[in-house]
Design a protein around this ligand. Structure first.
Ligand code: 5AD
Ligand code: SF4
Length: 441
């Protein structure tokens, strides 16, 4: 089949992305695949020949947002009927049965393992709706070129899928089984990024520290990436607490490029909830891990994910989560109201906590975390931090913004000759819960 667009000028693709970093990285992959097939990118949906939306299915709220946006985008098809509209990613996989009924003007539905076939599917979609939602446990997209966004930080997929099946989570159903990208493919991608001036690599995977390809486990992969010249900082997300093995911790300790920041998704501070979620650890085991990483890695920053209102969560369970947050004192936390997801093991149970009560619990988690983050940031007042500069500060004012090794946003005065990609040493003069305001030293 002819996989190049058969119009006189190259077909223009507009691509919108929802959801996690993995989705952002997948959109960069899709951009690369379509560029390779002769398509060009456009920032304007009104001018696009192809409109693609890469979607998230993790919570119902995320799906509702995408459906609303899709019906907005459908207007462009009314104005230009030859425009093809496609839905990619987790929601395509999750709602495969009902999507074409709910959005009959969709021309393409493609799940996360179907991107290699996109040019072919888009050709087909000129005549008839094209649907490909087969999961492929061997697909890692190794060796394909992504269209990485410009910048000093780049996201590189190390593994795909998830085998853990936490009872609340749809990811294993929509992204399929766990598989790791061969090290050679990851290293080639990082080398190319380094040659383009990228300074910071974030290795991605749903349980990224479960990475294993032949003899290479995640600690080994971190060391291999660290050996690449030009790369100054390495991060990864999201690790799972159960996969924080000695080799991974050792790599964080002994490899200075691996930054002192760890995202350790907790979900709940109650043992009965953790068991119901099938998270694979107890509160005691989690706290022992926190002690171990803090004892091993100096100045480590910790962040987490918390779900409130999971099925069966009592007031006492919820209080246990707040109490654990006070014990650990995270630098930051992402918190969510539990959302019942079809296909998951907890789906048949439904909801036991009202929407209002979930909202109250979420607000309490956010308020507590804000207070802790502010306290933590205050501890750095007067300290010197190494800031990798990313660009002008959002509020301007002759300031530049970047990140500290702990992944905190730092605002520093601009100086002639200092450019994105440079690391400057600055002293913390004032703080908010979100950022450090610094003076140059
Ligand atoms: N409801 C609410 N939050 C969820 N997460 C995953 N599934 C759900 C759900 N059904 C959260 C978890 C996970 C993060 C990426 O999203 O906290 O760590
Ligand atoms: Fe979902 Fe659990 Fe896998 Fe994370 S580890 S992606 S929460 S199933």
């Amino acid at each position: 089949m002819n996989t190049t667009p058969n119009t006189a000028s190259p077909a223009r693709v507009y691509l919108e992305t929802y959801g996690c970093q993995m989705n952002v990285a997948d959109s960069e992959l899709v951009g690369g695949i379509l560029r390779g097939a002769g398509y060009v990118h456009t920032d304007s949906p009104a001018e696009a020949d192809v409109i693609l939306v890469n979607t998230c299915a993790i919570r119902e709220h995320a799906e509702d947002r995408v459906l609303r946006r899709l019906s907005e985008l459908a207007h462009f098809k009314r104005a230009r009927p030859a425009t093809r509209i496609g839905l990619l990613g987790c929601m395509a996989q999750h709602n495969r049965a009902s999507l074409l009924g709910r959005a009959p003007w969709l021309d393409l539905v493609a799940g996360p393992d179907s991107y290699r076939r996109l040019p072919e599917l888009l050709d087909h979609a000129r005549f008839d709706a094209a649907v490909d939602v087969r999961l492929d446990r061997g697909e890692t997209y190794a060796g394909l070129n992504s269209d990485h966004a410009a910048g000093i930080r780049a996201y590189v997929t190390a593994m795909r899928g998830c085998d853990r099946f936490c009872t609340f989570c749809v990811v294993p159903y929509v992204r399929g089984r766990e598989r790791s990208v061969p090290p050679a493919s990851i290293l080639a991608e990082v080398r190319e990024l380094a040659a383009r001036g990228v300074k910071e690599i974030v290795l991605l995977g749903q349980t990224v520290n479960a990475y294993r390809e032949g003899e290479v486990e995640f600690g080994g992969l971190l060391r291999m990436v660290a050996a690449i010249e030009g790369i100054e900082r390495i991060r990864f997300t999201s690790p799972h607490p159960c996969n924080m093995t000695d080799p991974v911790i050792d790599a964080m300790v002994s490899e200075p490029k691996v930054q002192p920041y760890l995202h350790l998704p907790l979900q709940s501070g109650s043992n009965s909830m953790l068991a119901a979620m099938q998270r694979g650890y107890t509160v005691e085991q989690y706290l022992a891990l926190v002690d171990r990483v803090r004892a091993s890695i100096p100045k480590l920053a910790l962040s987490t994910d918390i779900i409130v209102g999971f099925y069966g969560e009592t007031e006492a369970d919820f209080e246990a989560t707040l109490s654990l947050m006070r014990t650990v004192r995270y630098d930051s936390a992402f918190s969510f109201k539990y959302s019942v997801r079809e296909h998951t093991r907890a789906h048949p149970l439904g909801d036991s906590v009202s929407e209002d009560e979930k909202a109250r619990r979420l607000a309490a988690v956010i308020e507590l975390q804000q207070a802790i983050a502010l306290e933590r940031n205050r501890e750095s007042l007067g300290h010197e931090v190494a800031v990798l500069i990313e660009g002008p500060a959002r509020r301007g004012g002759g300031m530049m913004a970047g990140k500290t090794p702990q992944f905190k946003t730092a605002i520093v005065p601009a100086r002639p000759g200092v450019e994105p990609g440079d690391t400057v040493v600055a002293r913390v003069e004032a703080v908010t819960a979100q950022s450090l305001i610094c003076a140059r030293v």
